[in-house]
Design a protein around this ligand. Structure first.
Ligand SMILES: Nc1ncnc2c1ncn2[C@@H]1O[C@H](COP(=O)(O)OP(=O)(O)OP(=O)(O)O)[C@@H](O)[C@H]1O
Ligand SMILES: [Mg+2]
Length: 256
C-alpha cells in the first residue's frame, strides 16, 4: 500500500500518519514512513525522540557529467532498499523512518539529501515496502512531486469551513493530476454526529474514516509522545485502526 496524508495545516496529518504507519506494521507489513515536511511532525507520533533522519553525505554522489537525471544520486552500487536498511531510523513496531532533512540543515546538503530521498522512494520495490507519507500542509506540494509515490491520497479534513474548502481544492487538483490517483477524505476532530457527512458533501470526497476529537490523543501529542504508546485504547487510535483495516481489506479482500 502506498498512501500519503495531505490537508490543511494543523488538520492532524502527522498524528494520524504516524499512528497509521505503526498499526500497519503491526499487521506484518514492512512500512517506510516518509516525512517530507521540513518542519517537525511525524517522528513524534511514531514515537521517535528525534525529528530528522536525513541521508548522510556518504550515501550520495554527484551524477557524472553527460548522464541524464538529477544532479545528485545515491552512491553507485547502493540500492534504494539498502539505503533504507542502512540509513532509515527504526521506530517502534519496526517502522522505518526517512526524513529528507530539516530546514536548519545546510541548504546544499538538504538539496542533495532531497534528491537521493526521492530516488529511494521511486526505486524501492513496491511489493516489499508499504509507504506511508506525511506531506506538508497546503494545496501545492502533494501534486508537484512530493506525493508522486502515492496510490491513494488521504485528505485529512476538520469539519470546519477553512479545512472543508482546502479539501475541495485538493480534490480538484487531484482530479487534474497527470496520473490517476484515488483521493479520499479522513474526517478528523469530529464532534457532531453529522460532521463526517458534512465533510463528504462539502469536499465531494468519499469519507473513509471518521476520527473523533479526542483530548487524550491531543495530550499525548502535546507531550511529544506517540498516542499509540500513551493512549492506545483512545477513540481516536481506534478510529485510525479501523482505517488501516479498511484500506488493507480493500487491497486484499481479506480482513486481518
Ligand atoms: N482526533 C484528534 N483529536 C484531538 N486532537 C487532535 C486530533 N488529531 C490531531 N489532533 C491535534 O491537532 C494538532 C495538529 O495535529 P498534527 O500536528 O498532526 O497536524 P498536521 O496536519 O500534521 O499539522 P501541520 O500541517 O502543521 O504539519 C496536534 O496538537 C494534534 O495532537
Ligand atoms: Mg504535520
Amino acid at each position: 500500500m502506498r498512501v500519503a496524508f495531505v490537508g490543511k495545516g494543523g488538520a492532524g496529518k502527522s498524528a494520524i500518519a504516524g499512528t497509521f504507519a505503526r498499526l500497519l506494521a503491526r499487521q506484518g507489513h514492512s512500512v517506510l514512513a516518509i516525512d517530507s515536511d521540513p518542519l517537525p511532525g511525524m517522528a513524534f507520533s511514531l514515537g521517535l525522540d528525534r525529528d530528522d533522519a536525513p541521508l548522510p553525505d556518504e550515501a550520495i554522489e554527484d551524477r557524472p557529467d553527460g548522464e541524464e537525471g538529477p544532479r545528485y544520486r545515491l552512491q553507485a552500487g547502493l540500492s534504494a532498499a539498502e539505503a533504507v536498511e542502512r540509513y532509515a531510523a527504526t521506530a517502534p513496531d519496526g517502522v522505518r523512518f526517512l526524513q529528507f532533512g530539516k530546514i536548519r540543515t545546510d541548504p546544499r546538503a538538504l538539496f542533495r539529501s532531497q534528491l537521493a530521498f526521492r530516488q529511494i522512494i521511486r526505486e524501492l520495490p513496491p511489493e516489499q515496502w508499504d509507504l506511508v507519507g506525511d506531506l506538508p500542509g497546503g494545496t501545492r506540494q502533494p501534486f508537484t512531486g512530493w506525493g508522486v509515490y502515492a496510490e491513494t491520497y488521504l485528505v485529512v479534513v476538520e469539519p470546519m469551513a477553512k479545512s472543508l474548502l482546502s479539501a475541495r481544492r485538493l480534490a480538484r487538483l487531484a482530479s487534474a493530476a497527470d496520473t490517476p490517483v484515488r483521493v479520499v477524505a479522513v474526517a478528523n476532530k469530529v464532534v457532531e454526529p453529522d460532521d463526517a457527512e458534512r465533510v463528504a458533501s462539502r469536499s465531494g470526497l468519499e469519507v473513509v474514516a471518521s476520527v473523533p476529537f479526542d483530548r487524550s490523543f491531543a495530550e499525548a501529542e502535546r507531550a511529544g509522545k506517540a498516542p499509540l504508546d500513551v493512549v492506545p485504547e483512545s477513540e481516536a487510535v481506534r478510529a485510525v485502526a479501523c482505517l488501516v483495516e479498511r484500506l488493507t481489506h480493500e487491497r486484499t479482500g481479506v480482513t486481518s
